[in-house]
Design a protein around this ligand. Sequence first.
Ligand SMILES: CC(C)(COP(=O)(O)OP(=O)(O)OC[C@H]1O[C@@H](n2cnc3c(N)ncnc32)[C@H](O)[C@@H]1OP(=O)(O)O)[C@@H](O)C(=O)NCCC(=O)NCCS
Length: 143
Amino acid sequence: MRMIRKVQPPDFEELLQIEAEAFPKSQYDLGQFWNLHQTYPNTFLVDVTELINGYIVFSLEGHLISMAVRSGQRRKGIGTRLVQEASAYCADTPLLLEVRVSNLGAQEFYLALGFNFIGRAKGYYHDGEDALLMERPAALVSR
Ligand SMILES: CC(C)(COP(=O)(O)OP(=O)(O)OC[C@H]1O[C@@H](n2cnc3c(N)ncnc32)[C@H](O)[C@@H]1OP(=O)(O)O)[C@@H](O)C(=O)NCCC(=O)NCCS
């Protein structure tokens, strides 16, 4: 049975595998997962069947902090479901996120979900790469 639920510390080992595949340049480590779990106890969610298929972390103010789907499970709607779940938590708030300028696949994903480009943050990532800022207006949030 598929479900989206809050992350639990025993999930972190699987999340580390998903991270390594998803973010070769800047993956979270175990300590960072613990910190995220402490900071966002109610809004760090995982999509689970037998395995964890993906995760999303966001703030109730509508900042999408990170998300990733297991590489073998992409293009099956899991990412869309995770963003829809975040939207439901954030009610009438716009959703905001940063994405690497080189991450064209994720940009296409967010465009498909109704996000727009609203700016660029120079040198946002630790390796100096710029981030593009994307926003989904509140009016689209409940759709
Ligand atoms: C971005 C990501 C989360 C998308 O998750 P997903 O479960 O594959 O997304 P979905 O199946 O819900 O995709 C919905 C739509 O988005 C678009 N889309 C998704 N991935 C895409 C890609 N790589 N290239 C182009 N369009 C894409 C498509 O329109 C897709 O619909 P379709 O499959 O019917 O064509 C996933 O590719 C991922 O984990 N990437 C690595 C980590 C990452 O970049 N995270 C975001 C950091 S800001």
